[in-house]
Ligand binder design. Structure first.
Ligand SMILES: [Zn+2]
Length: 180
């Protein structure tokens, strides 16, 4: 996590928009994200302000995105799977991205024996989600979770990662502007 995100996250506990004196408020962040897709702005808002009011809208939009992706890519669902399964998949992906699990190797610290943890590359979060967890959340068999849904989940998660890069870029520009 970049420094500015850590700063923003720390401030969001009492997020009242009363910025000033070098504080980063959500309004300033939102302005810096203005050129980005609405999905990305909502994602940033949910992730960094933990504002539940945007969670519903974002979840709806991501569900539609996932359905479109499924249609476009011709996902072959099993008999007992349907659009609801895809909805559970997109919710799971969102949950994983918004609050990732800690890396088990370094316990989320990102370092091991004062060196960067090689498993999570210092991120402190784990990108591997167990098959058991996917099966339970999606209500599918473990076999389906492993050989079909895991890849789909990875593709949604990699979309979110792209968004985080966009958000980080916007925040970096915001920070540079502040330091001018
Ligand atoms: Zn680690």
């Amino acid at each position: 996590m970049t420094e500015i995100l850590a700063m923003l996250t720390a401030k969001t506990v009492a997020f009242d928009g009363s910025g000033g004196g070098g504080e980063i408020t959500w309004d300033m962040v939102a302005a810096s994200l203005a050129g980005l897709d609405r999905d990305i702005v909502l994602y940033a808002q949910l992730k960094f302000t933990l504002d539940d009011t945007v969670a519903g809208e974002l979840s709806d939009r991501l569900y539609l995105n996932a359905i479109n992706l499924a249609l476009k890519s011709g996902w072959r669902l099993a008999k007992d799977e349907d659009a609801e399964t895809i909805g559970r998949l997109s919710d799971l992906a969102l949950d994983e991205s918004i609050s990732p699990h800690s890396c088990k190797i370094c316990s989320g610290t990102g370092t091991l024996d004062s060196k960067t943890c090689e498993v999570c590359n210092g991120a402190g979060t784990s990108s591997e989600i167990s098959i058991r967890r996917i099966a339970a959340r999606l209500k599918v068999t473990r076999h389906r979770a492993e050989f079909f849904w895991r890849d789909k989940l990875k593709s949604l998660l990699s979309d979110h990662l792209t968004w985080e890069h966009d958000i980080n870029g916007a925040l970096k520009r915001l920070k540079n502007k502040q330091e001018d």
